[in-house]
Design a protein around this ligand. Structure first.
Ligand code: PLP
Length: 396
């Protein structure tokens, strides 16, 4: 018999708010009905606010973040095009792998896991590329595997200072809607996200925004594409009708999740993610443990990857959390398997939920043989949350 709730602290899929769940519980409707655009059209306008773009065009594909990666590449580049990428975690690795498999000529900079996009090295390579052979520069804004947030604005500055006209691709799957992201201000050409992270929905939507420059590049792009074609997927934002069957319930859920985000205020959502993440980090440091993200500038506000002591296997921590305390933590992926476990702190959550994650992690760590002091992480986070909430009240 299991009482109470289970605790989901993986960095996506995230908790679905009750209002979103209810909004999705609707009868099926005709996707060609005269009033279907009333649901669809405002979603595009509102997603632009999430991407912080006035001039970009939003595409919604039934799919996931990986599909949105493929849509971005196959609609704007050509086989054999040189692209500049960096690899420092499982998701940046997978994007490199996709680019290679789609026939791009990938110039990949391997960076130690725990670091972020090597902005200075990007700058050097762009400046050396006098003939502008590099057609696109890729940034994984938030590397979910290592809890590392990279400097997109810095990469834009590197492009501008070298006078380079490459397209800027950004994977914002675990950042957009939770961590500061500014498509227009940072001159991002293709921004990618999925529905199951900051948007607090089930997986099933691959969402991207393309700049005017990306749409110009699209005209010269001859890569094979069909399901992910921009031409076909232009229709919904203009007419409200999809070229193939849309996941209608997810669109209703998206309506509800956007309403929740705007009711809180996008910038407040971002500030809340910072406050919650900082409490988790304080807890981790009070245990005497460290984050996989090597420097503070890379600390992620949506996921903390925690390095376990040498004598502990992080897989045991995760197994204990799940079996004994009904808590799901994120696993260490690939190179960091067994070395880290992750606490996802994004989406629909609050201070006390983060305290529960820390309490459960403390017990799971101790059960796995770690000597961290019981209650130390929770206490550190409690004090941070108390002081931040009091400070926010004073500012009102
Ligand atoms: N990029 C990042 C940063 C991710 O965290 C993920 C998934 O966790 C993906 C891409 C892949 O997205 P999806 O699983 O929705 O295909």
């Amino acid at each position: 018999m299991k009482n109470g709730t289970t605790h989901l602290f993986v960095p996506g899929p995230t908790n679905i708010p009750e209002a979103v769940r209810r909004a999705m519980n609707v009868s099926m409707q005709d996707m060609r009905a005269p009033d279907f655009p009333e649901l669809v059209l405002p979603l595009f306008a509102d997603l632009k606010r999430i991407f912080k773009t006035d001039t970009g065009t939003v595409f919604i594909f039934p799919g996931s973040g990986t599909g949105a990666w493929e849509a971005a590449i196959s609609n704007t580049l050509n086989r054999g095009d040189r692209v500049l990428m960096s690899r420092f975690g499982q998701f940046s690795h997978l994007w490199v792998d996709m680019a290679q498999r789609l026939g791009l000529d990938v110039e990949c900079i391997d960076v130690e896991w725990g670091e972020g996009v090597p902005v200075e090295e990007y700058q050097r390579r762009l400046s050396d590329d006098k003939g502008h052979k590099i057609k696109a520069v890729f940034v994984t804004h938030n590397e979910t595997a290592t809890g590392v947030t990279s400097d997109v604005a810095g990469v834009r500055a590197a492009l501008d200072s070298t006078g380079h006209d490459a397209l800027l691709f950004v994977d914002g799957v675990s950042s957009i809607g939770s961590i500061d992201f500014r498509m227009d201000a940072w001159g991002v050409d293709l921004a990618i996200t999925g529905s199951q992270k900051g948007l607090m929905l089930p997986a099933g939507l691959g969402i991207l925004a393309a700049s005017e420059k990306a749409l110009e590049a699209h005209k010269q792009s001859r890569m094979e594409r069909c399901y992910f074609s921009f031409e076909d997927m232009k229709a919904p934002s203009a007419t409200g009708y999809f070229p193939y069957t849309p996941p209608t319930q997810l669109l209703h859920g998206l309506r509800a999740s956007l309403d929740l985000i705007f009711a809180e205020g996008l910038d407040n959502v971002i500030a809340r993610h910072h406050r919650l993440a900082e409490g988790v980090r304080r807890g981790v440091h009070a245990w005497g443990l460290r984050l996989c993200a090597k420097e503070e500038k890379w600390w992620s506000d949506t996921v903390s990857a925690i390095v376990v002591p040498e004598n502990i296997d992080a897989r045991h921590v995760i197994a204990n959390g799940y079996a004994r305390y009904r808590t799901s933590f994120g696993a260490g992926l690939s190179k960091v398997a067994g070395r880290v476990f992750r606490i996802g702190h994004l989406g629909d959550l609050n201070e006390v939920m983060c305290l529960a994650a820390l309490a459960s992690a403390e017990m799971s760590l101790r059960d796995a043989g770690s000597r961290i002091e019981a209650g130390s992480g929770v206490a550190a986070a409690q004090e941070w949350y108390r002081s931040e909430i009091a400070r926010n009240e004073q500012m009102l």
